[in-house]
Ligand binder design. Structure first.
Ligand code: ADP
Ligand code: MG
Length: 253
């Protein structure tokens, strides 16, 4: 199948000299739910953020749907980013404004100048539709700060959906949540993957969630891609290879 993402020989050295990624090659097909595993500091966020150039790669090439992301100018990058929704560990919402305004802000990548001050009837309907999908329509006029962590992450998902993305990048989306809430957030992402055919690339700490939702796993270690395969291929020895000899698997059910 045609690649949605094609990453070739990607490296990143931060100012100061830390090399966060070493020659990473990775392809992602449409419809995949790719899980990124690896210890803290292994380069997961750097890899995710390089895909839409929130982090500027040092060398290598990234293509999204055959368009060269790494060579894109400002205007081209803006167009590419419209197809890529992003979800963060800390939700990155504007806490003091309403749920629906946060969701509508997902449209801002499509608008410019004076148009970004107004929302059309259709945009508001879209926002309400996306809030219904994540079960938060009743909360649309509440300030985000009054919502629980899991609800806030669902607002962030609804906001990402406003872009009608083809890819969702999720950087440890459940790391701040309790296990039951974490599973429900993963379930929403799984539904978007299954029903809407969105590709998802998601970094995670819990192997149980990787096994439940991932179609493929990629493991990073000190900035290198050290293993990729099916989630159920991660046995004890593979786990130790990824996380080190002292690691113990913590399961959540
Ligand atoms: P992970 O998401 O797997 O925890 P990161 O991609 O955040 O890993 O970090 C990879 C490495 O790059 C780490 O050594 C980290 O300290 C370093 N790093 C991350 N962001 C920056 C930055 N903005 N400036 C300098 N070093 C950074
Ligand atoms: Mg990270």
């Amino acid at each position: 199948m045609k690649n949605l993402i094609k990453i070739e020989n990607l490296s990143k050295t931060y100012p100061g000299g830390v090399q966060a990624l070493h020659n990473v090659d990775l392809n992602v097909e449409p419809g995949e739910f790719l899980i990124l595993l690896g210890l803290s500091g292994s380069g997961k966020s750097t890899l995710l953020r390089s895909i839409n150039r929130l982090t500027e790669p040092s060398s290598g090439k990234i293509q999204f749907d055959n368009q060269d992301v790494t060579a894109a100018n400002h205007h081209e990058l803006r167009k590419i980013r419209q197809h890529i929704g992003m979800i963060f560990q800390q939700f990155n919402l504007i806490k003091n404004i309403s749920v629906i305004k946060n969701v509508l802000s997902g449209k801002l990548g499509y608008k410019s100048g004076i148009a970004s001050l107004f929302w059309s009837h259709q945009e508001i309907e879209e926002a309400e539709h996306n809030l219904r999908r994540v079960g938060l329509w009743e909360y649309r006029n509440q300030a985000v700060k009054n919502l629980s962590g899991g609800q806030q992450q669902r607002v962030a998902i609804a906001r990402a959906l406003m872009q009608k993305p083809r890819l969702i990048l999720a950087d440890e989306p459940v790391a701040s949540l309790d296990p039951a809430t974490a599973d429900s957030i993963m379930r929403y992402l799984g539904e978007l993957n299954q029903k809407d055919g969105l590709a998802v690339i998601c970094s995670l700490h819990f192997l149980s969630l990787a096994r439940k939702y991932g179609t493929r796993v990629v493991a990073l270690k000190q900035g290198r891609l050290v293993w990729q395969g099916k989630p159920d291929e991660i046995d004890e020895s593979r786990f130790k290879e990824i996380y080190g000899e002292d690691a113990e698997e913590v399961e959540i059910r």
